[in-house]
Design a protein around this ligand. Structure first.
Ligand code: ATP
Ligand code: MG
Length: 606
C-alpha cells in the first residue's frame, strides 16, 4: 500500500482547515470590532472637545464684543486669561484668530511670540471665509497625530474671529492599538488551542480510517482475523461496524468459495476424464492433471494457448467451429507402434443472452474401446473366414459326389474322407472358440490337483515320442524331481500338447526338440525349443493372439486354427503363470511358460 504524504493526510488537512476557519473568523470579527471601536473612541473624543469649544466660543465672543474702558485689560490680555482657564491634557493649544487672520491669543506659553502675527493655516482661512467649522487629523512636529479644528465665531451674521484647537488624538490611537494587541493575543491563543483540539479531533477520524486501511490491506492478503476497533457511536463508528460486518461476510463468502473451489479442484483432479476450460477467445484457462497426462504436456505450456492448437485440431477446426460442434470429435494421437485415441466432447459456457463465455472440453481415452472394437471386427471376420474355407471345399466335394462321383468306388471314399476331416476341423474350431469364450466370460473352474510336474511332463513327452511321424530327436533337460505343483491336469495337458505339437509341426526332419524344467525362486520355468523355421522377430509376440499365424498358408495347410497358443496363454494366466516365446528366423523357436512353485511347501509332500 502506498503511504499517504504528510501534507496530503486528512490529519493535517483537518488541522489546517480548522486553523484557517478560526483565523478567518477572528479576522472578520477583529476588523469589524477595531473599526467600530476606533470610530466610537474618535467620536467620543471629538465630541468632548467640541462641547468644550462651544463654551470657550461663548466666553471669547463675550470678550470680543465687550466695550472696553481705559482701566480694562486689553483684548489680548483678557483672551489670554480666558484661554489659560481652558487648558487640559487632551488639548495641546488653543488659538484665537481675528477675521484678518491675525493671531489674537494662544494658550501655549512657548508660542506667545506668535501673537499679532498673521496666520497662514488653510483650515483657519477656510473656516473664516466659509463661516463654518473645519477639522482634520495631521501629524505635528514630533510625528504624533493631532486633531485640529477651526471654529468660526459669528456675531450678527459676521465672522469676528476663529478658534483654532489642536488636540492630542494620539492617546485615542494608543488605546485602539492596545485593544488590537489584546485581540491579536487572543487570536493566537485560540489558534494554539484550536491546533491542539484539531489534532485530537482529527485523530478520532483518522485513526479508525487508518485501522480500516490496515485491515483492508490484510484482507487483500487473505487475513480475515483482524477486526477494526469501534471508537464511538458516530458515523465513523457505524462505518467501522459496517466494515467489520463486511469482513465477516467476506470471510464467509471467501471460505465457501474456497471450499467450492477445493471441491471442484478435487473433482477435476480425480476425474478419469480430461477436462479443459477456455475463455471466450478459446484460450485455455483451466486444465486438469488427467488432461495434461493425456496430452503429455506440462501445464505452463498450455495455459493461455488456443485450445484447438493444444488439441492438435487447428488444421480442421477453428474455435468457433468447436463451439458449434455438437458431435464428439475423435483425436488420433497414435504412433506406428502405439495406438492412442481420444474422444473430445464440447460444451459451451453460455450466458442467457446467448453470449459465448467459453468452452468446456472433456477428453476421454477410447484407445482400449477402439482396440476392442477392432479386435471384435477382426475376430468376426477371422471366424467367418475360418468357417467358410472348409465349407466351400466341402460344398465342391459334395457337389461332385451328387453329380455322380458317389458311384465311383475309388473317388467317393476319398471325397467323403475330405468332407469328414473338414467337418472335424470345423468342430475343433468351434470347440476351441467355445473354450475361449468360456474363459473370456470366466465360466470355468480349474480342477486343481497337486501333481509332480516332472512325472506329468515326462508322460506327455512319452506320448508324443510314441506317436511322432517325423524323425525328430527329443532331448530332455529335466531335473529328477519330484516337483509338486498345483495344476489342472487336463488344461495343462492341452497347453503342453499344443506347444509340443507346434514344435513338431514347424520342425524339419532330423531336427531336435529340447524340453527343460528350471526351478527358480518362486516358480518353475518350463521351455520347449525346436530348431525349425522360427518366427520373424516382429511377430514373436503376436503368436499368442487369436487366429494369428505367422505363415498363414502353411499353418492352415498343417491343419492349425491359430487358436492353440491363445488358449494356452489364457490357461497359463489362469494358473498364475506367464507364457512367452523367443525365436530366430531359420534357427528355431523356444516357447517358455512359468508356474507358481514353492520349494519348502513341496518338501512336505516328499
Ligand atoms: P492350432 O494350434 O490351433 O492347431 P496353430 O498351431 O497354427 O493352430 P498356434 O498354436 O496358436 O496355432 O500357433 C500360432 C502360430 O505361431 C502358428 O501358426 C505358427 O505360425 C507360429 N508358431 C507357433 N509355434 C511355432 C514354432 N515352434 N515354430 C514356428 N512357428 C510357430
Ligand atoms: Mg498349435
Amino acid at each position: 500500500m502506498q503511504k499517504v504524504g504528510f501534507f496530503r493526510s486528512i490529519h493535517v488537512k483537518f488541522v489546517i482547515i480548522y486553523v484557517l476557519l478560526i483565523l478567518i473568523a477572528m479576522q472578520i470579527i477583529g476588523i469589524y470590532f477595531a473599526k467600530e471601536l476606533e470610530q466610537t473612541l474618535n467620536d467620543n473624543f471629538k465630541n468632548s472637545i467640541i462641547d468644550r469649544v462651544n463654551l470657550l466660543e461663548f466666553s471669547v465672543r463675550e470678550e470680543m464684543l465687550r466695550q472696553r474702558t481705559e482701566e480694562d485689560p486689553t483684548l489680548e490680555q483678557s483672551l489670554r486669561t480666558v484661554l489659560s482657564g481652558f487648558s487640559s491634557d487632551d488639548i495641546n493649544e488653543v488659538r484665537v484668530i481675528d477675521s484678518k487672520y491675525r493671531i489674537l491669543a494662544t494658550s501655549e506659553l512657548d508660542n506667545q511670540t506668535l501673537v499679532g502675527q498673521r496666520t497662514n493655516v488653510d483650515l483657519i482661512r477656510n473656516s473664516i471665509n466659509a463661516e463654518s467649522e473645519f477639522e482634520n487629523t495631521v501629524l505635528d512636529k514630533t510625528n504624533k497625530r493631532v486633531w485640529v479644528l477651526a471654529e468660526p465665531i459669528i456675531a450678527d451674521g459676521e465672522v469676528i474671529a476663529s478658534l483654532y484647537i489642536q488636540s492630542n488624538i494620539e492617546k485615542v490611537f494608543g488605546q485602539i492599538n492596545e485593544i488590537n494587541q489584546i485581540l491579536a493575543g487572543g487570536t493566537a491563543f485560540s489558534l494554539g488551542i484550536t491546533i491542539v483540539l484539531g489534532i485530537l479531533i482529527a485523530q478520532t477520524i483518522t485513526r479508525p480510517i487508518a485501522d480500516m486501511t490496515k485491515q483492508a490491506t490484510a484482507m487483500a492478503k487473505g487475513n480475515f482475523a483482524r477486526k477494526v476497533r469501534v471508537y464511538g457511536q458516530d458515523e465513523i463508528g457505524e462505518l467501522a461496524k459496517a466494515f467489520n460486518h463486511l469482513t465477516t461476510g467476506l470471510q464467509e463468502a471467501q471460505s465457501s468459495t474456497e471450499s467450492e473451489r477445493r471441491k471442484l479442484a478435487s473433482v477435476l483432479s480425480n476425474m478419469t476424464d480430461g477436462v479443459i476450460s477456455t475463455d471466450r477467445k478459446g484460450r485455455i484457462i483451466l486444465i486438469n492433471d488427467t488432461a495434461l497426462g493425456m496430452l503429455g504436456v506440462p501445464r505452463e505450456h498450455v495455459l493461455n494457448r488456443p485450445a484447438p492448437a493444444v488439441l492438435g485440431l487447428e488444421q480442421e477446426y477453428t474455435f468457433e467451429d468447436l463451439v458449434d460442434q455438437k458431435e464428439p470429435v475423435t483425436i488420433d494421437f497414435s504412433t506406428d507402434d502405439q495406438p492412442y485415441i481420444l474422444r473430445a466432447n464440447f460444451s459451451v459456457i453460455q450466458k442467457e443472452t446467448g453470449f459465448v463465455n467459453g468452452l468446456i472440453v472433456v477428453l476421454h481415452d477410447i484407445t482400449e474401446q477402439e482396440k476392442i472394437e477392432i479386435e471384435r471386427r477382426e475376430f468376426v471376420s477371422n471366424v467367418s473366414h475360418e468357417l467358410r474355407t472348409p465349407l466351400t471345399s466341402m460344398r465342391s466335394y459334395l457337389e461332385a459326389l451328387a453329380d455322380g462321383a458317389w458311384k465311383d468306388e475309388e473317388i467317393a471314399p476319398s471325397f467323403l474322407h475330405v468332407t469328414q476331416t473338414e467337418t472335424e476341423r470345423m468342430i475343433r474350431l468351434v470347440s476351441d472358440l467355445l473354450q475361449l469364450s468360456r474363459m473370456d466370460s470366466r465360466e470355468y473352474e480349474l480342477n486343481i490337483d497337486i501333481v509332480d510336474f516332472v512325472k506329468f511332463f515326462h508322460r506327455i513327452i512319452d506320448r508324443f515320442e510314441l506317436m511322432k511321424s517325423k524323425d525328430v530327436q527329443f532331448i530332455r533337460l529335466i531335473p529328477p524331481g519330484p516337483l509338486y505343483t498345483e495344476i489342472d491336469m487336463d488344461k495343462m495337458t492341452q497347453v503342453i500338447d499344443n506347444i509340443i505339437s507346434n514344435a513338431l509341426k514347424y520342425s524339419p526332419d532330423g531336427g531336435n526338440v529340447q524340453f527343460s524344467v528350471l526351478v527358480e525362486e518362486e516358480r518353475l520355468k518350463v521351455s520347449v525349443s525346436d530348431d525349425g523355421m522360427g518366427i520373424p522377430e516382429a511377430n514373436v509376440k503376436r503368436i499368442f493372439e487369436r487366429f494369428y499365424r505367422a505363415d498363414k498358408a502353411r499353418s492352415r495347410a498343417m491343419g492349425g486354427t491359430g487358436l492353440g497358443l491363445a488358449i494356452a496363454k489364457e490357461m497359463i494366466n489362469a494358473h498364475g503363470g506367464d507364457i512367452w516365446a523367443e525365436s530366430e528366423e531359420g534357427r528355431g523357436t523356444t516357447v517358455f511358460f512359468t508356474l507358481p512353485f514353492e520349494l519348502e511347501e513341496a518338501g512336505e509332500w516328499d
